[in-house]
Design a protein around this ligand. Structure first.
Ligand code: S3P
Length: 182
């Protein structure tokens, strides 16, 4: 039997802080499983017809969060796929409940200094603009880790290449789903 068949039965939602590789790992994970890949941030941008930076600037963060919730609720109704969520999604209790109900959730976790180094390469994240990334990430970690810890599976990625993380996620998901089989 195809050893990955059980992993294709439900959507796999990747959660965790900015810079941890939810999109890059998600795209590779989807390819490995031959599942579609969807990126919640990109879908929010498509629905709003503007970038996340512009949504924050023009409409404010609460409007972004509301759009994010609606978009993720819609995506979770689609057939099984790999879904990269934005860092704030799983921290929201309503979105978290939806993901818990409709998907298998994976928290990708890495040291904050690794994340700070990675996010410094991009200026597309409104929560970081003009701020010390390590400080912001530390504050977000303090607030969000209790929520992220409710994911079905946690994968500590370290600073590994994304393809290595994909292998770790595949192993962790297989182990998890085995414990779930009646
Ligand atoms: C956010 C993370 C971003 C994006 C938005 C807010 C957050 O997604 O949704 O800038 O609150 O952590 P990534 O985690 O994909 O960077």
């Amino acid at each position: 039997m195809d050893r990955y068949a059980p992993l294709r039965l439900r959507t796999i939602a990747l959660v965790g802080l900015m810079g941890v590789g939810k999109s890059s790992v998600g795209r590779r994970l989807a390819a490995a499983l031959d599942l579609p890949f969807l990126d919640a941030d990109a879908e929010v941008e498509a629905a709003a017809g503007r970038s996340i930076s512009d949504i924050f600037a023009d409409l404010g963060e609460p409007a972004f969060r509301e759009g994010e919730r609606r978009v993720i609720a819609r995506l979770l109704e689609l057939p099984p796929h790999v879904l990269a969520t934005g860092g704030g999604a799983f921290a929201n209790s309503e979105v978290r409940a939806l993901i818990k109900a409709k998907a298998v959730s994976v928290w990708l976790k890495a040291d904050l200094d690794v994340l700070a180094r990675r996010v410094a390469r991009k200026d597309t994240r409104p929560l970081l603009v003009g701020k010390d990334p390590l400080k912001v990430l530390q504050e977000l970690a303090d607030k969000r880790y209790p929520a992220y810890a409710q994911a079905d599976v946690t994968v500590e990625t370290g600073d590994a290449a994304h393809q290595v993380t994909v292998e770790q996620v595949l192993g962790a998901l297989s182990d998890y789903l085995e414990t779930q089989t009646p």
